[in-house]
Design a protein around this ligand. Structure first.
Ligand SMILES: Cc1ncc(COP(=O)(O)O)c(C=O)c1O
Length: 479
């Protein structure tokens, strides 16, 4: 009889035994510990230049190299020339997370090569993702009949939202459909509209008000004008936390307006949505529970590493309507009341097990750990705001609505160009000290320094370092 026992040693270079697996992971862990040191500088001065990028172009490796050499390329060459979004000093753009539990979840999910497309073949894993979606629906106050799925990030989630709204409100003939958003909406909304088949002139960009919110009166006027032209206004994309300033659109008013006009209300809450876990966030995001669909980015405000976004809808059947397709080679679908077949409600068939990155840290720490961390971010930005407001040389251009604010050097009239230049120089001087990393934006004709406090590793001591570096930069600027 043939010996069916597993061979004692691997038979291919691609198969690792237990000792080799351990050696590989431990070598990587050592590098990660070094990189993760709390005083690791957040250096934005040594980013990849053209010479480095040219050096990085490489042919197919015919033979393997040592692990140490390969890790040097990754950690020293690449990470050493990239911004570090895991640093507690990273306050630029919208900071990503990087909680280590989620990285371990990624290791487990990939090592198991877990499949989460069709429940008949991977019910337990799919129930974990279904649970994560149920939790997210509850976080947003959406009803039990709601649904959703995880995808790679806010951009693709917003795209599926636009496709779903198009399918459910306009059907096959959507050429006259019009989408409305403020000029503060994320650029991915424009992309989503184009990818969903809409011409550029079918997106109305409404100038935001002084608090960077979508003004209802201007929206209503645009909808009325479009109806008079024979067009089909069908979708409002509202913001629950803009990228620029963290602004939250007037969601209750928009929900009432959308209902009256039989339009779909989509809320891009990629950055802001999870603040609803906190009492203050619930107040700020009032009305989000009336949305037809919501985008969340766990890789922003649930502090996960990049690669996890979510689309939620108030009526789960809508996702099925927009995404469902069948084939003879697939097993039958499960009971949607019990578990979601994600291939049936989302664009992907074979999908990575993204939910594990949410599930593992939630199961280990409970939602309270996330709530407290988000609350801390709201406290920190409030503290920073009060300190900035007391500085005569500083002007706040966008007070925090969530955990982002924007400020500039005070402008005392005349051409703002000189003030903009000096503000930019102050930001450069702050970043040069490598203790915090800030990015800027234009708010009207003013250059603004943004502070986005999102990282789970940012605490009061780091905000004090920012204030110290700002004070030094302002003193140098005044000389
Ligand atoms: C408000 C908002 N919406 C959408 C996105 C796009 O999300 P992603 O980068 O995950 O695709 C972002 C990204 O910063 C964002 O801030």
């Amino acid at each position: 009889m043939a010996d069916r026992a597993a061979p004692a040693t691997p038979r291919s270079a691609l198969e690792l035994d237990a000792a080799a697996m351990t050696e590989l992971v431990e070598a990587v862990l050592q590098r990660l510990h070094d990189r993760n040191a709390v005083d690791h500088p957040v250096d934005s001065s040594a980013l990849a230049d053209a010479a480095f990028l040219r050096r990085m172009i490489e042919g197919v490796p015919e033979r393997g190299e040592s692990l140490a050499t390969v890790l040097d390329t990754l950690f020293d060459d690449c990470a050493g020339r990239s911004l570090d979004p895991t640093s507690p000093g990273f306050m630029g753009y919208i900071p990503g997370g990087g909680i280590f539990h989620a990285a371990v979840a990624g290791l487990i999910a990939d090592a198991l090569n877990s499949y989460v497309g069709v429940s008949a073949v991977a019910g337990g894993f799919m129930q974990i993702e279904s649970n994560v979606i149920r939790w997210f629906l509850e976080f947003m106050g959406l009803p039990a009949g709601g649904g959703g799925f995880l995808t790679s990030g806010g951009s693709l989630a917003n795209w599926s939202a636009v496709v779903t709204a198009r399918e459910c409100r306009l059907g096959e003939n959507f050429g006259n459909g019009v989408i409305y958003a403020s000029d503060q909406a994320h650029l991915c909304v424009q992309k989503a509209a184009r990818l969903a088949g809409f011409a550029r002139d079918r997106v109305r960009v409404i100038p935001a008000d002084a608090q960077f919110r979508l003004p209802l009166a201007a929206l209503a006027a645009a909808v009325t004008a479009d109806r008079a032209r024979g067009l089909d206004p069908f979708l409002i994309v509202a913001n629950a936390g803009t990228t620029n300033t963290g602004a939250v659109d007037p969601l209750p008013e928009l929900a009432a307006f959308a209902a009256g006009e039989n339009m779909w209300l989509h809320v891009d809450a990629a950055y802001g949505g999870f603040f609803r876990l906190t009492a203050r966030g619930q107040q700020m995001l009032k009305g989000i529970e009336q949305a037809d669909s919501i985008v969340l980015d766990p890789h922003k405000t649930l502090f996960l590493p990049y690669g996890t976004g979510a689309l939620l809808v108030r009526d789960a059947r809508r996702l099925h309507q927009a995404h469902s397709a069948t084939a003879d080679y697939l097993p039958p679908l499960g009971d949607p009341e019990l578990v979601t077949d994600f291939s049936d409600v989302s664009p992907e068939l074979t999908r990575p097990f993204r939910a594990l990155k949410v599930w593992l840290p939630m199961k280990l720490h409970g939602v309270g750990a996330f709530r407290e961390t988000l609350d801390e971010k709201l406290d920190l930005v409030r503290y920073l705001h009060d300190c900035l407001a007391a500085m005569p040389a500083v002007e706040i251009l966008a007070a925090p609505q969530l955990s982002v604010l924007a400020f500039a050097l005070r402008h005392d009239g005349g051409d703002p160009g000189e003030t903009n230049r000096r503000t930019r120089d102050v930001m450069t001087a702050i970043n040069a000290r490598q203790r915090v990393m800030l990015t800027g934006t234009m708010l009207g004709n003013r250059f603004a320094i943004r502070v986005a406090i999102v990282s789970y590793r940012t605490h009061r001591d780091r905000v004090d370092l920012l204030l110290e570096d700002l004070t030094a930069a302002l003193a140098a600027s005044a000389r």
